[in-house]
Design a protein around this ligand. Structure first.
Ligand code: ADP
Ligand code: MG
Length: 339
């Protein structure tokens, strides 16, 4: 195993706009990277180039010292020792769970005790050791996906590539599978790249989150850091909840009614600077600026509230007490982040 290095990777399908553009990224060995971005931004194309199903138009892909692909040459997928898990986890219905998992080993000519030991180990990793003789039809959706994971693990791939594997699952199963993926990563030690357009999934799962937009990489950082210090409007808008306020300076006066944004304001002396304010940094009540409650979402332990400020700007906040749409409250901003 080794680091995966993407250097200035580009892909142009000849449509007039590059699908992937100047994309440079390193994934450390054993890392779990989430590749996050809106639909159509180029995530699948990046993954397919890593897997070898697509040839780069520019740049290169290395695994450690080994060149996997550049514009001139490309190692075929079967020579890359990677596994790719898709959204639909096609299992053979007529084969047992163990046979499904062992299939890639059979293809490689493995048999006997070596074969059985690897299948047992892979099933153990996804906690399905007791299900070896069942058929896929006898399993739940989550269990079937674990079989698919075991099947991709059984060949000990250097890199596991997952393309929105949970996109079609309901919320409950999604949470269960997030646990499974985390555990799978810890137990297997595999380097994983997980493509998703769901920021909460990316944050919950990965050790690092790479945000992409329109073919380009915008930022890569651990979840807590990208949440606290997103770079630019696009990342700020994609990661977590919050509102972006644009600072307007009139003469030397800052045209915001509150002065609690000191830190962000200090940093943002320029007109038009964007300040990201997280809902947990907004306090409702007390001496703050008046704001009208536009909408309220009851979340069980709290209310998620959308506020409209005097200048028509939006702010998001949480409230423990009951608040109602149309009501006027007072909002204090404790902190903001200059995007
Ligand atoms: P994502 O996975 O983030 O939704 P994709 O990588 O699938 O995005 O697509 C990125 C862009 O490249 C899109 O504009 C898409 O239409 C285009 N694209 C992807 N595959 C092809 C292809 N084989 N031929 C032409 N355009 C493609
Ligand atoms: Mg895709």
């Amino acid at each position: 195993m080794a680091r995966l290095i993407l250097n200035q990777l580009g892909k142009d399908f000849g449509t007039g706009r590059a699908a992937v553009n100047g994309f440079s990224l390193e994934v450390r060995e054993g890392g779990f990277l989430a590749l996050l971005g809106p639909s159509g931004c180029g995530k699948t194309t990046v993954l397919r180039m890593i897997a070898g199903f697509e040839t780069p138009s520019d740049g290169s892909i290395h695994l450690g010292e080994r060149l996997l692909a550049d514009a001139a040459q490309s190692l075929p997928p079967e020579k890359r020792n990677m596994a790719m898990v898709f959204q639909s986890y096609a299992l053979w219905p007529h084969m047992s769970v163990a046979d499904n998992v062992g299939y890639p080993l059979k293809v490689r000519g493995l048999s006997g005790e070596a074969y059985r030991a690897k299948v047992r180990e892979a099933l153990g990793t996804v906690r399905l050791a007791d299900y070896a003789e069942r058929r896929p039809a006898d399993l739940s959706g989550g269990q079937r996906q674990r079989v698919a994971l075991a099947r991709c693990l059984v060949t000990s791939p250097d890199v596991v590539l997952l393309d929105e594997p949970l996109a079609n699952l309901d919320r409950h199963l999604k949470q269960e599978m997030e646990e499974t993926f985390r555990e799978f990563h810890q137990r297997s030690g595999a380097t994983m790249i997980y493509v998703t357009h769901d920021q909460s999934e990316a944050m919950a799962l990965a050790t690092d989150v790479a945000v992409m937009s329109e073919g380009r990489l915008l930022q890569v950082a651990p979840p807590a850091e990208i949440y606290a210090r997103p770079e630019g409007r696009i990342v700020g808008g994609l990661i977590g909840r919050g509102a972006i306020l644009t600072l307007q300076v009139m003469g030397s006066e800052r045209q915001l009614e509150w002065d609690v944004l000191q830190d962000a304001l200090q940093a943002a002396k320029t007109d038009g600077a964007d300040i990201l304010v997280r809902p947990e940094d907004v306090i409702i009540g007390g001496e703050g600026a008046p704001a009208i409650v536009e909408s309220v979402l009851f979340e069980g332990e709290r209310y998620a509230v959308k506020l409209i400020l005097g200048k028509g700007q939006t702010l998001r906040a949480y409230s423990r007490g009951v608040v109602e749409a149309g009501e006027t409250v007072h909002a204090v901003i404790r902190a903001g982040w200059r995007l």
